[in-house]
Design a protein around this ligand. Sequence first.
Ligand code: IPE
Ligand code: IPE
Ligand code: MG
Ligand code: MG
Ligand code: MG
Length: 332
Amino acid sequence: MQSHGHPVHQQTAAYNLARERLELVEARIAELQCSDIPLIQDVATYLLGNGGKRLRPALVALCAKACGYTGNADIDLGVIVEFIHTASLVHDDIVDDAATRRGSVPANRVWGNQLAVLFGDFLYARSLALSVSLGKLRLVEVLTEATSRLVEGEMLDVLHNGNADLDLDAYMDVIDRKTASLFAGCAQAAGVLADVSSEQEAALASFGHDIGIAFQLIDDLLDYAADPEKLGKQVGADLREGKMTYPLIHLLDAGTEAQRRTALKCLGDPEQTAAHLDEVIDAMRAAGSFAATQEAAMRYAEQARTALSVLPPSEARDALSELPDFIVTRGH
Ligand code: IPE
Ligand code: IPE
Ligand code: MG
Ligand code: MG
Ligand code: MG
């Protein structure tokens, strides 16, 4: 089976510089996923051993380094954010009724929704305990705020399901909460660890936020336009689930009446056929919806880079400045 993004396979300056820290994060994850309940151990091994880009721990490691941090708590912070992220994915796959995750069957399809919900709770609790153990109240504050906003975003996402009238502002609010909040929290928390000034902390949060928005825009683009083998998730899942994302909002706004009708017919249709999906994808291509999504992501990527000027020049800052590009050009 092909890899779905394990850090070892990412050949960018950002991952290269973070590699040593990411390897320590992996080792710590293996250590911390232990429980005396064998089932928890099984689920943890399945989930955490199954790839993932480890983008959030990489962000933590690079931000901490760019802030001159020389301690070791960035490792645990990396584990914390990966646990929060993994918990959110486990719950997300339940609410989205996903068929594939990281090229495999989602946890809830292996163990059932009941155990998967509880496993997500377990991971959230583990991440909270670990953040308390770092001994900085401000860290706990930043991380729990990010997590609450993530869950709010996921709830709004469910509430907006199938609402063809959803506008761009409402969509941006959802992705701000469900995705950008954790990216912002990663970068900001790394700054807190390094005791940076409040100006630098705000700049880091803003960098994380902007790459987070770019990241979700591309995720929503890839949901239509990716090679499913590479993506490790199904293509067309958002449309089938009734998700109003940027490419679809754009098509409904800019497409012809016939294209609008095709898209609306498919929105939230559990019986979606490959032919119907292809029609919508063709319409999106013709209406420039993919290009518009990509351009929106690139605007946020560019804005993200400008926030970095508040940090002193360093190799880590240079690597961070490449992350936005990695995010907007990725294929999975
Ligand atoms: C997927 O995140 C969830 C979103 C916020 C879109 P990633 O694409 O970072 O997931 P993994 O960890 O690499 O699988
Ligand atoms: C989920 O967004 C973002 C989270 C906070 C979990 P999606 O529902 O688009 O994520 P994927 O595509 O399933 O990874
Ligand atoms: Mg999903
Ligand atoms: Mg979702
Ligand atoms: Mg998605």
